[in-house]
Design a protein around this ligand. Structure first.
Ligand code: ADP
Ligand code: MG
Length: 258
């Protein structure tokens, strides 16, 4: 049994069906990439997994730890170990990176043990400093308001920092590569590679193959028109880079994809 099982997921936004029978198994310890053209429903999948209220699930289920998480609120999903790094992270003026992360860590601890008194400030500072140095972030970052005036690269690093601090079991990265220059891409990818391990499943959602040169996926899925139409190993990403998506589209139109 896989750790995250997405079964025949159908999702609508404003009455328009975007996901049309999306099915995927993500075992812990594996990195799966989802590649697909713009508008194909990749972010819709990410938001639906996290429980965004605008996305209406009309059919299907998402099983995590033996439970259908579609019944859970976003914060419950997060506390159960699912993490989403946003394509467009939002700014929260007034809330520092450090405060935001400490609150999140404590919420997580409390979910596991209602008697937990929270992480001590020195312990938290030490942990945050370690993770920030891993991501080559200036320590002054911790005192800034979350994403407020951050550059594209800083926002993406802040997302990976959250992931490093929260230690999820399933991490979904939605176009974490977009807007990154090559140095930032390398740092973000190194961060993800450091966190990779038998206890973490990662879904790397991307339009371009570039990030997959740094975060090597175990499995690559091609998504089109709201579902997976092709799966393969890391070479499939290379093939898409060279040949584009047209050949998949043709296969789809010729009915060679079931
Ligand atoms: P991707 O991430 O693959 O580029 P999205 O999931 O963002 O694709 O979008 C899939 C489709 O859903 C697109 O046709 C997009 O226009 C539509 N869509 C996304 N968000 C909304 C929304 N809030 N209201 C209406 N349509 C939307
Ligand atoms: Mg998207």
């Amino acid at each position: 049994m896989s750790d995250l099982e997405i079964r025949n997921l159908h999702v609508q936004i404003n009455g328009k069906e975007i996901l049309k029978g999306f099915t995927l198994d993500l075992p812990k310890g594996e990195v799966h990439a989802i590649m697909g053209p713009n508008g194909t429903g990749k972010s819709t999948l990410a938001y639906t997994l996290m429980g965004h209220p605008s996305y209406e699930v009309t059919e299907g289920e998402v099983i995590f730890k033996g439970q259908n998480i579609l019944d859970l609120e976003p914060d419950e999903r997060s506390r159960s170990g699912i993490f989403l790094a946003f394509q467009y992270p939002v700014a929260i003026p007034g809330v520092t990176v450090a405060n935001f992360l400490r609150t999140a860590v404590n919420a997580r601890r409390k979910a596991e043990n209602p008697d937990d008194k929270g992480i001590s400030i020195p312990e938290f500072r030490r942990m945050l400093k370690d993770k920030m140095s891993m991501l080559k972030m200036d320590p002054a970052f911790a005192g800034r308001y979350l994403n407020d005036g951050f550059s594209g690269g800083e926002k993406k690093r802040a997302e990976i920092l959250q992931m490093a601090v929260l230690k999820p079991e399933i991490a979904i990265l939605d176009e974490t590569d977009s807007g990154l220059d090559i140095d930032a891409l390398r740092i973000v990818s190194e961060g993800v590679n450091t966190l990779r391990g038998p206890e973490l499943g990662v879904l790397v959602i991307t339009h371009y193959q570039r990030i997959l040169n740094y975060i090597r996926p175990d499995v690559v899925h091609v998504m089109m028109d709201g579902r997976i139409v092709e799966s393969g190993d890391a070479d499939l990403a290379q093939h898409l880079e060279e040949h584009g998506y047209d050949w998949v589209r043709e296969k789809l139109e010729n009915g060679t994809v079931s």
